[in-house]
Structures are given as C-alpha cells and as structure tokens.
Design a protein around this ligand. Sequence first.
Ligand SMILES: [Zn+2]
Length: 633
Amino acid sequence: MFPGAVFQKEKQYSKGMNNSLHKQSAIPEWNLESLYPSLNSPVYEQACRDYSTCMDALDTLLAAVPEDNFADWLVQYQLQYNKTAALGESLSAYAYILYSTDTTNKQYLDNLSKMEAWDLRIIQQKQQLCKALAAHKDQLEPFYTKLAAFTPQAERYRFVLAQLLTRTEHQLSAQEENLAADLQRTGGNAWGRLQEQIISSLADKASGKTFNELRNDAYSADPQIRRQSYEAEISLLKENRIALAAALNNLKGETITLNKRRNWPQAIDRSLYASRMSSRSLQALLQAVRDSLPLWRQYLKTKAAVLKQHGATAQKTSSAGIAFYDLFAPLPDIQQAGKTTKDSLTNKIWQFDEARHYIIQEYASFSQEMGDFASRAFSSGWIDARIRPGKVGGAYCQDFPVQQESRILSNFTGTFSDIITLAHELGHAYHHFCIKDMDYALRSYPMTLAETASTFAETIVKQDAMRRSSGMDKARLLELDLQDVCQVLVDILCRFTFEQQVFDERKKGELTADDFCRFMLEAQEQTYGDGLNDVRHEYMWAVKSHYYSTSLDFYNFPYAFGQLFAAGLYARYQQEGSSFARTYTALLTDTGSMSCEDLCRKAGFDITTPDFWQSGIELYAKEAEELSQIVTA
Ligand SMILES: [Zn+2]
C-alpha cells in the first residue's frame, strides 16, 4: 500500500582480493519456469490480462467512494489492492530480471516500458486513495473489525493507514501537486540529472580514464596510481565546480520551498517519516557513532602507519593520519612466515559448489530453517551467477510475491567477496521468505530496515571466516570489514553533518562552490578529524549523487542504521545463542507493519538510547584491536 523507499546499495567498486578468473565448473544460470515460462507463454499472457482487470477494478472502486459505509468500501478496496499489487510486483520483477541477463533484447526492453506505464496508474490510484482516507478518517474504526473477517492481520493495518494519513497531511491540493510534479521535471530533477551528466562525461586527458575508473583506482595496490587518480579527480571536479554548485544550490533550494509548503518544518522530518523512525532514535544512533569516532581515527592511523612502514603510500608527511586517497588501499603483504597458507580463505579461488556448501553451512549454523532455505534456493535454480555478455554487473535479489519465491543475480568469479555478495543477496531472499505470508499491504519495509537481513547474513559469514583464519589472511578480512564499516559510520556521519549545514545555510541564502567546499572540510574535520592527514577531499559534495535527489533528503543515516542494527542483532545472537533465531525471524516478519521503535520494543530492545547501538559498535572495536595486534606484531 505504501511503497517502501527504494534502498540502493552504495555502488561497490571491484575490490576482489584475487581477480584471476580460473576455470570454474558449473556456475549456474537461474531457472524461471516456476515463475512464468516465457513472455510468450499462455501463463504469462493470462497474468497480464488478470493484472489489467484488477487495475480496472481498483479504478472502478475509486470512482465510487461512498459517503456512508466507507469501512465496507475500504475492506473491498484493500482486498482488491493486496491481490493487484502482489501480481503487479511479480510481473514487473519478471520483466526486470529477464532484461538484466540480456540487456539488448528488444522484446525485454519493450516489456519493461509496458510496466513503467502501469506504474503511473499505481501512483494515481494511491493519490486518490489517500484523498478518500483523509475525507473519511473518522469512519475508519469499523474497518478493522470488518477486515478481521478476511484476515487475522487486520489490526496491523492501523499502522499502514496511519502512515498514509500522515502522508496526506503533507500533500498540497491535487492541482498544486500536479504543478509541482510538472515543474520538478525541469527543476530539481533536471538539476540532479545535470550532476549525473557532468560526472559521467568527465575524463582525464592525461590517462584517458573515465571518472569512474579514476575513482576505482582508490582500490589499487599501487600507491602512485591511487594518488595520481585522486589528483586527477579533484582537478576535474574543480573545473566543473560552478555548474555542480549551481545544481546543488538550486535543488536544495527547491526542496526547502516544497517542504515548507508541504508542512515539513525541517528536511530531516520528511526523511524520518519515510524511515519510520523517531528523531529520538536518530539522535541516539548519531550519538553512538560520534562516541565511536576515537576508535575509527585510531584504526585509520594504524592503517596509515602500516602503509608507511612498508613503502605502500605515496604520502610523505609526518602526520599520523591517513591520506584521503589511501582510505581504500589494500593492506601490503606483511610477511609472517608460517602464518599464511596458499589455500587461505581470501587467497584461493572458490569453486561455485564450494561456495554453495560454505554458505548453506554458515546459514545452518544460525538456524536449521535458514540453512534449509539457502539449500532450497541453490537447488531450485534461484541463482544466476554465471558471467556472460549482455548481463548486468553487480548483484541483486528480486522477490516474487505471487509465487512466494525469489531470484538472485550475481557475477561469480570465485573470490571471497563473491561469497559475501551471495550471502548478502540470499539474506534479502530470506527476509522475503519470512514476510511472505503477511498480507501484501503489510510487507513493504523502509530503507532503514531493508538491509537488516542481508547485513546480518553477511555478518554471520564474515565473523566465521575471521574465526577460521589467521595471520595475514585474517588481517585482510579484518581490514576489509573495517574499511567498509568506517565508510558506513564515519563517512555517513560526515555526509549527514554536511547536509544538515547545507539545509541550515541554504535557508538563509544562495550557496556557492566555496561554501560547499568549506562545509565539506568542516564536516570531515568533525568526523574523520586527525584520522586523516591534510590530504582531504573538499569536493565530495560533487561526487555523491545522494545529495542530488529530490525525493530523498539525508539519504545517508539509513546506511548507518542498517549496519549497526544488524551488528546489534548479531551481538544479541552471540549472547543468546540459537534461541535468538526465533526472535530474529519474528522481527523480520514485522518489518512491514510497525515503526522501527515498536518493532524493536517487541523484540526486546530499545533503539531510542545509545546502548543498543553501542553493542553493535563493540563488534568493530574488537576487530580494530585484533587488526592492530596482527599488523604491529
Ligand atoms: Zn542489499
């Protein structure tokens, strides 16, 4: 009913620890037979006709909202909606996954466009429903009793309807919303596209590298390449600073104007609403991250010292902090005779079959149900891991609510990070498995909770891998994890701090590139602090597309929420052992029909104080301590 915000995983650059592609036996493609046999199959054609009929039925209902007996009408609407939306999601998921393994196939592309046309209708229907709800909000009570005749989950609709009603409180008149949407296409959205176009057209004349290639060099083992590419990146951004600053200044200006009209006093209020969390929980989360800053600064200094000691940095200053361009540097190989084996977890090339066994075993170590689930996903052909021409890069998980199945796409080369990717995406599928029996309207979760199951599954595998490894192998695993989490906590806090200042200052007047650079350096000082030396990145505001979104402000703290939430759950699992599995699946089941606070209270913990968040941070404090011991031994 209420669309969960789309949560995009940060673009992951390739950082496999071993990139050689050895001969792999039997890397699978998926089997789609049990979804729809093909676009031309009678089953699929019938499903499209059904969907069209269902959409017409919703339109008919919306055209005749009664003055009296609104509750009866709403029951009918809701049941029809649940059926329609589940079918719509399965059809568009099918359209996308077909396209994603054959991106130039014309039939697949046409089918995708057809789905997009349907999406417009869904948006219009939602607006009409909100209007009807607002006009009859004093007649909602009988709805829950009447709905209970059809579903045992009727009481849970209170939350969903309350969310929709809050949304209507922040909507302008239909005419004004239409005008705003029209103007936004040439306003905020166009400014956002300008940033995208500038960034994607940038190229370094000297090396011929694209902007993305330059950024990808941050993971290079060659210190000179890291520094040169960083310098080229900064100079390209500098040349375009006026246009980029205009885009950000105008886009944020528009957001402030619209937020004011829509009755959001602060931009953060709209983000908290979409995240289904309270300001108090956000403050507790941010406080826990701020309290952990000394830990992260120390980790960065340790890394800087190791790089320096082994001649693995191009940085010459005597400052203890790390250079911005060394943040993602791989650890140099520190010889520790007898401690590193050739067949280590991180160095070996995994066969797909080994990956399958390992993940099933790890999932089963948490609970039999999760192990069985992973086993079924592999044996039923839910995974497409083979690299081939025309297939998209990266990885994703797509759910099919009608069939109650999922499909996972990845590009498997046999590195350890490919194993982590599979564990991550299967975690998303397990989330869907837990929530699949809820009514459709109770299944969409906010971006704060969207990465819980995936990050939790990743954590189980990573922690086990760390326990099994030693020496340099272990150091690499620890460093990779800390590197990621440092971004998700420290850099995210930096982005939050920056964006807060942008909103505060933009309210007072126009902002220029100089202002944005100054705010960014101030934010880096407040967060990374002396963890960085004087080589910083004052143009990060021009790089991150998240700042240039008109629909989502503060597209940053949900990442920190997701990371620490999963780590906090893992800490509880460590304390409680196998009995925690039941709490965990119940929590996943509730993610679509509760606020974050209620969800956690029900599971027995409180996210409105820093303690819970702190328990997640302790996991990383231990990792940083261990890393420091290995590299300074
Ligand atoms: Zn994910």
